[in-house]
Design a protein around this ligand. Structure first.
Ligand code: 0X9
Ligand code: ZN
Ligand code: ZN
Length: 429
């Protein structure tokens, strides 16, 4: 794609300066673009990341070993271009106008919501998800059980569902939507719940009935509601900071395991990966940790749903110098997931490795805390579709294909876990 075609850029500069609230009080991203920036050195990386800490005109979307995806306002393009030249990195345009994607997502949601029904041809609100959950719990009273993880900062209830067809099953915990804008995660989690309860497919029946499922479809409830009502691109929690006007912490940096080590999180409250003032400062994460501790003897596998970039990430997150004792097993398990996804006709490819090894150091994440501190030996972050074409604003036509990939991937992952001896009764081990 052609970079920095200047006449077009200059025309855009006069159009917009920073995101502004629309009539419905939603933050608009007119002419915000997303660029993929390739870097080579850590010095280049920190210069680019610094840009993103000015949250008005720049936002960090995604980071990998050698690239950043940066969203910027058209007004910030000049500064961006100067920095790109100065730091000698290359940039490629991914998304020209973020608002256009948000608008078509919203149109699809409205169209599908007209009959007020919950479904997977659109993204559902928290209220819709919870109402649907109530229906499911009422319809399957012997197999399902609702549970409460706790309360959010703004006082919302974080809910979950346990699905159990028989006793002595190995346990699988799914944490979803810890990052507010990653809507595909709760869409996928709810679709899985529905499949486990209604599918007649042999593979699904086996998966559903021979494991106990603990599923938290939306962990970051405040952030999730905020993405529906105010700012589609919100990532963090909504608890104000005592030292800054920037709101929220990165909940996936807030667990008490190697917290804030090795630049695995930011101490700047304005950064997207702010670790919070102390471990478990965020009520949602404190609550989740207590919930995990309460069932840890029943949990063989933890899967944390994220988007985007099509990756399976294992511990460690805090260092790439060391690898966990069962790293080779975890790689086999990840390969099984990736191979299964590739057996579907969609052509989706997943890569895998340790989080710090193939992405960047990230400390205080759910899977690392569960692995390091709670003995959950198979702990995975799954980054769903896509690789950046739509990023977080993945059109709803992707929901079911993505969920099908997750289903077949998880089936293969658990099969491999079983072969490797990870699905025994934990309390008996
Ligand atoms: O940075 C994150 O929290 C995750 N990526 S995302 O783009 N969804 O924000 C990756 C977390 C993986 N790292 C560890 N598990 N430590
Ligand atoms: Zn440490
Ligand atoms: Zn995430």
């Amino acid at each position: 794609m052609a970079l920095f075609s200047l006449p077009i850029v200059l025309a855009l500069v006069v159009l917009a300066q920073g995101a502004s609230f629309g009539q419905d009080q939603r933050l608009r991203y007119d002419d915000y673009s997303v660029y993929k920036v390739k870097f080579e050195t850590q010095a280049q990386r920190s210069i680019l990341r610094k840009l993103a800490e000015d949250r008005e005109s720049f936002r960090l979307w995604h980071e990998a070993k050698d690239e950043l995806h940066l969203m910027l306002s058209s007004g910030a393009f000049g500064e961006f271009e100067t920095e790109i030249r100065k730091t000698n990195v290359t940039a490629e345009l991914f998304i020209r106008n973020v608002q256009e994607l948000i608008d078509s997502e919203e149109a699809a949601n409205l169209k599908a919501s007209r009959d007020g029904s919950f479904g997977w041809t659109k993204y559902n609100s928290l209220a819709e998800i919870y109402a649907w959950l109530d229906g499911i719990l009422a319809a399957y009273p012997t197999i399902t059980e609702g549970f409460i993880v706790g309360q959010s900062y703004e006082g919302r209830t974080i809910r979950g569902i346990k699905i159990s067809y028989k006793s002595n099953n190995p346990g699988v915990l799914i944490e979803s939507n810890i990052h507010a804008r990653e809507w595909i995660t709760s869409a996928t989690a709810t679709w899985l719940i529905n499949e486990f309860l209604t599918s007649t497919d042999e593979l699904v029946r086996d998966l559903a009935e021979n494991h106990d499922w603990y599923i938290v479809p939306v962990l970051n409830v405040d952030g999730f509601v905020y993405t529906h009502e105010k700012d589609r691109m919100w990532r963090k929690t909504r608890q104000p900071s005592e030292i800054s006007s920037c709101i929220g912490a990165d909940p996936n940096r807030n667990y008490d395991s190697h917290w804030m080590e090795n630049e695995g999180a930011s101490s700047n409250p304005c950064a997207e990966d702010y670790g919070g003032p102390k471990p478990f400062s965020e009520p949602e994460i404190q609550a989740m940790s207590e919930f995990v501790i309460s069932i840890k003897d029943k949990i063989n596998v933890l899967l944390a749903f994220h988007s985007y970039s099509q990756l399976l990430l294992s511990p460690y997150g805090h260092t790439k110098e060391e690898f966990p004792p069962n790293f080779d097993d975890m790689m086999e398990v990840a390969k099984a997931y990736g191979d299964a996804v590739e057996s579907l006709p969609y052509g989706t490819v997943y890569r895998y490795g340790s989080a710090a090894g193939i992405l960047y150091p990230a400390s205080g994440a759910t899977i690392d805390w569960a692995y390091n501190e709670q003995g959950v030996e198979i702990s995975y972050t799954i980054e769903f579709r896509d690789t950046g074409r739509y990023g977080f604003i993945l059109p709803p036509v992707h929901i079911i294909p993505n969920a099908e990939e997750a289903l077949i991937g998880i089936a293969a992952l658990l099969e491999k876990c079983k072969d490797l001896g990870y699905l025994g009764l934990k309390s008996a081990l």
